[in-house]
Ligand binder design. Structure first.
Ligand SMILES: C[S@@+](CC[C@H](N)C(=O)[O-])C[C@H]1O[C@@H](n2cnc3c(N)ncnc32)[C@H](O)[C@@H]1O
Length: 335
C-alpha cells in the first residue's frame, strides 16, 4: 500500500496531496512501504493518569504501548527521516511527584529501537491552565506546568533539516544593529574568547530559532472550530496549535515530501502539511475525529457545500476536497 499513490483502507476523505484515515495506526504503519516517509510528527494521547475522553493507557503500561509504534515508524521512515513526538508532563497518581514517562520513552526509543535524539525541543504554551488543581491551585505546592517535551528523533545521525526555513523574527536590538552596524556596534572579545566581528551584522532574514517553541494554544479563528459549532460537532479536546507541527514540517521536509501523523486527532498536522505543499497521511482511531478534521479543509466553502461533503462522507463516499490556497485557512498566510 502506497498511501501517496492509491487509496488506503479506512480513508474518510482526501485532498490532492493527503489522505485522512480512520483506523489503528499500528495496522496502517505496518502496511506502509519501507522507507517511504520523511516525517512522522505526532502528539500521542498523554499519560495524564486521568481517563481522557479520547482514551488513555495507564501510566505503567503507557511507555510499553507507545514503544509498540517505534519499530513500525522507524521502518517506514526514509534514512533522512524524523520522528517528532510531543509529550506533555504528568504527575504520579496521588502524589506531587512527576512521572518520568517522557524520559523513559526517549531512552527506550534510542536504546532499544535505534533512534537518535537529533535535538530536544520544548513547547511553551503560555495559555495552559494550572493542573492538577490539588497540587497547584489548592495546596499551592507546585508551579504551573506550561512546557511539553518534544523529542526530535531521527533514523540516522543525518536527518534532513534546514533551520534556515524556520528563522525567528529578529529582536528589536538586532534590527537596530542591522540598520546601522557601525554606529551601534563595537567588535569585542566575548568571555569565551570568540570575537564577534561585523559579519555578525549580516541580515539572514531572521534569527536562528531556539529549541523553545513559544505558542499559545488559542486558535479560535480557524475554520475547524467555526464549522464544529455550525454542524454541532464536539471539537477534539487535546489539539495542538498548527504552528507546532508546521515548525517541524518546514524545518525537516521539502515541498512534496511525505508527512504522517499517527495520532491525528483533529487533523492539525494535515493542515500544516497541506498549507505547506507536503503530501500527508493522518490516522486516528476515532472516526468522529477524522470526520471533524474535514472542517480544516473546507473553510472556503459555504455551509451548504460543507453539508453536502459531510453527507457524502457519511454515506461511505470518500470526498475529495480540493482546497484553494491560501484562503482555505481563513486567509492566514502560510508563514
Ligand atoms: C492527543 S490526541 C492528538 C491531537 C492532535 N495532535 C490534534 O491537534 O488534534 C491523540 C489521538 O490519538 C488517537 N489514538 C489513540 N490510539 C490510537 C491508535 N492506536 N491509532 C490511531 N490513533 C490513535 C486518539 O483517538 C486521539 O485522538
Amino acid at each position: 500500500m502506497d498511501p501517496f499513490q492509491q487509496p488506503v483502507p479506512g480513508e474518510l476523505f482526501h485532498t490532492p496531496s493527503g489522505r485522512a484515515v480512520a483506523g489503528d495506526s499500528l495496522g496502517v504503519l505496518a502496511r506502509l512501504p519501507t522507507e517511504s516517509v520523511d516525517l512522522v510528527v505526532t502528539s500521542p494521547p498523554f499519560a495524564l493518569l486521568r481517563q481522557k475522553t479520547y482514551g488513555n493507557a495507564e501510566q505503567a503500561e503507557y511507555v510499553d504501548w507507545l514503544c509498540r509504534f517505534a519499530p513500525l515508524v522507524r521502518r517506514a521512515l526514509k534514512p533522512t527521516g524524523s520522528y517528532v513526538l510531543d509529550l506533555g508532563g504528568a504527575y504520579e497518581r496521588g502524589r506531587p511527584v512527576r512521572s518520568l514517562y517522557q524520559f523513559r520513552t526517549l531512552l527506550r526509543h534510542v536504546d532499544e529501537f535505534g533512534f537518535f535524539l537529533a535535538e530536544e525541543f520544548y513547547w511553551h504554551n503560555p495559555s495552559k491552565l494550572p493542573s492538577p488543581i490539588e497540587w497547584v491551585n489548592k495546596r499551592k505546592l507546585r508551579a504551573k506546568d506550561t512546557v511539553n517535551t518534544v523529542w526530535w528523533l531521527s533514523k540516522t545521525e543525518w536527518p534532513k533539516a534546514d533551520v534556515g526555513r524556520v528563522l525567528a523574527p529578529y529582536s528589536e536590538r538586532m534590527k537596530t544593529l542591522l540598520r546601522d552596524p557601525d554606529k551601534f556596534y563595537t567588535p569585542k572579545d566575548r568571555p569565551s574568547g570568540h570575537q564577534i566581528g561585523k559579519g555578525f551584522a549580516k541580515d539572514n532574514g531572521g534569527a536562528i530559532p531556539p529549541n523553545l517553541i513559544q505558542l499559545p494554544n488559542t486558535e479560535s479563528n480557524g475554520s475547524y472550530l467555526r464549522l464544529c459549532k455550525t454542524f454541532g460537532v464536539e471539537p477534539h479536546p487535546a489539539r495542538f496549535p498548527v504552528g507546532l507541527p508546521e515548525f517541524f514540517v518546514k524545518f525537516l521536509t521539502d515541498e512534496g515530501d511525505a508527512v504522517v501523523d499517527i495520532f491525528a486527532g483533529s487533523g492539525t498536522t494535515a493542515e500544516a502539511a497541506e498549507r505547506n505543499g507536503r503530501r500527508w497521511l493522518t490516522v486516528d482511531l476515532d472516526p468522529d475525529y477524522v470526520r471533524g478534521s474535514l472542517f480544516r479543509f473546507v473553510g472556503d466553502r459555504d455551509d451548504e457545500a460543507v453539508r453536502r461533503t459531510l453527507a457524502e462522507l457519511d454515506a461511505g463516499g470518500v470526498p475529495l476536497v480540493s482546497p484553494r490556497q491560501p484562503d482555505l485557512f481563513d486567509g492566514r498566510p502560510a508563514d
